[in-house]
Write a protein that binds this ligand. Structure first.
Ligand code: NDP
Length: 315
C-alpha cells in the first residue's frame, strides 16, 4: 500500500517541495497539515500534485486546541500514520516586541517547538498502530545546532540557559518571553526553538526507539534562501541573502533540492538510522552530522521535554 505522511507547513517552501517530491514517486499519500486551506490548495495545484495524492487538513500550531482537533480529524479519516514530518516554522527576526500563541507562549517557540511537541506526542500512538515497515518521525532542524559551520556561529547565538523562561511559560507577563529568561530577540527565539526541535528528536529516540522501532531523525536541508521564512526580514536582506548564500557561504540550495533531501529522510531505505541529524555535502550526499554541545545535551533534552509536557497539558 501507499504510505501516509503528514507534513506540517506543506503550503510553501520546504514542506511544499517535499510534498511534491513524495507525490511524484506515486508511493505516498500526503496529508498537508496547514493553517490556510486555500493557500495549501493553490500550492498543491501549482506544483502539479493530483487529488488522489493529497488531503489538506487544518492545523494551526499556534493553538493547542487546533493541534488536538487536527489529531481528532486525522483519526476520523481512518488512515494509518506512517511518517510524521514536523516542518512548519515562523521566523521573526525584525520583531521588536514578542507576539504570542493562543495559550500565550512566545510565538516562535510556541509554534516551532510546543505546537509540534504536542502534535508529535499525540500522534506517536497512531504511528505505533501502523503496520508500515519503516515508520519515521522527522523534526526539521537548522544549522544553529551545527557548530562546525560559519552560519552556526552568527550572533545572536542560540542558548537555552537554565530554561527559567520556558519553565515560566514564556508569556512575557510575569515571566520572560525567552527560554533563557532574557529580553526578547526574535532571531534568537527562532534559533532557540530549533535547538528545542533537535533536543526533542533525540529525547524521542532515547525514550521510544527501542520499544517502537520508529526512526527519529532531524536534518539541516541547507540554506533555502528563497523561502517564505525570510518574509519578515527587511527588503535589503531579502534581496542580498540568496546571492550571498550562493556565492559567499556556498550553502545555498534550491527549494526543489531541499525538498528532495527531506523526501530522502522520509522514504530512502538507507536513511533508517534513528537519533541522527542529517546534513548533505556539496555533492548532495547525505551524512550524519554532529550537533553543537547544547543541542546534544542529554540532561537539557530531558528538562525541555518535561517542562514542555507541563506547558502543553500532557503532565
Ligand atoms: P516557509 O515560511 O516557506 O514555510 C513555513 C511553513 O510553516 C508555511 O507553510 C507556513 O504556513 C507554516 N506555518 C507557519 N506558522 C504556522 C502555524 N501557526 N501553523 C501551521 N503552519 C504554520 O519556510 P521554509 O520552508 O524555509 O521552512 C520550513 C522548515 O525549514 C522550518 O522548520 C525551518 O526552520 C527549516 N529551515 C529552513 C531553512 C531555510 O534556509 N529556509 C534552513 C534550515 C531550516 P503559511 O503558508 O500559511 O504561512
Amino acid at each position: 500500500r501507499k504510505g501516509t505522511v503528514v507534513i506540517t507547513g506543506a503550503s510553501s517552501g520546504l514542506g511544499l517541495a517535499t510534498a511534491k517530491a513524495l507525490a511524484e514517486t506515486g508511493k505516498w499519500h500526503i496529508i498537508m497539515a496547514c493553517r490556510d486551506f486555500l493557500k495549501a490548495e493553490r500550492a498543491a495545484k501549482s506544483v502539479g500534485m493530483t487529488k488522489e495524492n493529497y488531503t489538506i487538513m487544518h492545523l494551526d500550531l499556534g493553538s493547542l486546541d487546533s493541534v488536538r482537533q487536527f489529531v481528532d480529524t486525522f483519526r476520523r479519516s481512518g488512515r494509518s500514520l506512517d511518517v510524521l514530518v514536523c516542518n512548519a516554522a515562523v521566523y521573526l527576526p525584525t520583531a521588536k516586541e514578542p507576539t504570542f500563541t493562543a495559550e500565550g507562549f512566545e510565538l516562535s517557540v510556541g509554534v516551532n517547538h510546543l505546537g509540534h511537541f504536542l502534535l508529535a506526542r499525540s500522534l506517536l500512538d497512531d504511528m505505533n498502530q501502523s503496520d508500515y515497515p519503516s515508520k519515521r518521525l522527522i523534526i526539521v532542524g537548522s544549522i544553529t545546532g551545527n557548530t562546525n559551520t560559519l552560519a552556526g556561529n552568527v550572533p545572536p547565538k542560540a542558548s537555552l540557559g537554565d530554561l527559567r523562561g520556558l519553565a515560566g511559560g514564556l508569556n512575557g507577563l510575569n515571566t520572560a518571553s525567552m527560554i533563557d529568561g532574557g529580553d526578547f530577540d526574535g532571531a534568537k527565539a527562532y534559533k532557540d526553538s530549533k535547538v528545542c526541535n533537535m533536543l526533542t528528536m533525540q529525547e524521542f529516540h532515547r525514550r521510544y526507539h527501542e520499544d517502537t522501532g520508529i526512526t527519529f531523525a532531524s536534518l539541516y536541508p541547507g540554506c533555502i534562501a528563497t523561502t517564505g521564512l525570510f518574509r519578515e526580514h527587511i527588503p535589503l536582506f531579502r534581496f542580498l541573502f540568496p546571492p550571498f548564500q550562493k556565492y559567499v557561504t556556498k550553502g545555498f540550495v534550491s527549494e526543489e533540492e531541499a525538498g528532495k533531501r527531506l523526501a530522502q529522510v522520509v522514504s530512502d531505505p538507507s536513511l533508517t538510522k534513528s537519533g541522527v541529524y542529517w546534513s548533505w555535502n556539496k555533492d548532495s550526499a547525505s551524512f550524519e552530522n554532529q550537533l553543537s554541545q547544547e543541542a546534544s545535551d542529554v540532561e537539557k533534552a530531558r528538562k525541555v521535554w518535561e517542562i514542555s509536557e507541563k506547558l502543553v497539558g500532557l503532565a
